[in-house]
Design a protein around this ligand. Sequence first.
Ligand code: PEP
Length: 254
Amino acid sequence: MRPKIIAGNWKMYKDLHASSELIASVVSRVDFDLDNVRVVVCPPFTSLELAHRLLEGSPIALGAQNMYTEDEGAFTGEISPKMLLAAGCTYVIIGHSERRQYFGETNVSVNAKVRKALAAGLTPIACVGESLEEREKGITEQVVGTQVKALFKEISEADASRVVIAYEPIWAIGTGKTATPAQAQEVHQFIRKIVAQLYSWPTADKIVIQYGGSVKPENAVDLLKQPDIDGALVGGACLKAETFVPIIRAAVKT
Ligand code: PEP
């Protein structure tokens, strides 16, 4: 059975002091059996090492929000997968819509980063999703299908099953608007079908596909109950243990 993965994307929030408070609060509240649920927190780069130390002995894994495609070199401002591993990361978010929108990431760079993350031994959480305009034009499947095919380019079937996909409709990120469970399920099922076409059904059935976009304790159960929704990538609601931990509980329950 596929695990469910609940990941918190802290974005550019929480300095060192606030990071240690949030980690301590999440760790102390996750005092229940996670069963088949994996939990990941993705703080800013500056808090990774501290988070790693504070998470020791807890079942919560650490992830980063981005990485570069080289191990080291003259690439001012970039962070390599090797550095993320040394800081204790096992996951890395790649191609978040904010990185595509503000930092020029493309389907090509996302694919290069996914390949590099896999080669380095990190689990990539690769983000895809359509804009409101694209949804209204009726081209959601075309856009998401293109993104999914691009992100798997030149990736072997064995590696493909290690990729986590996060379907995040851009119009639902940070807006309070959530895709209905049926809308999200429809796209998740479509993504799984594309993976089956690229590889095989056994591989498609193994792939974890998270939903992201204004996931909150109030809507988590209904979303996570859908057969093809295998977890959540959570933004706003992960910044407080009071709203993040109930989403983890919802995943355990469903
Ligand atoms: C995100 O940033 O990945 C996200 C889904 O944000 P939010 O939950 O705030 O919509």
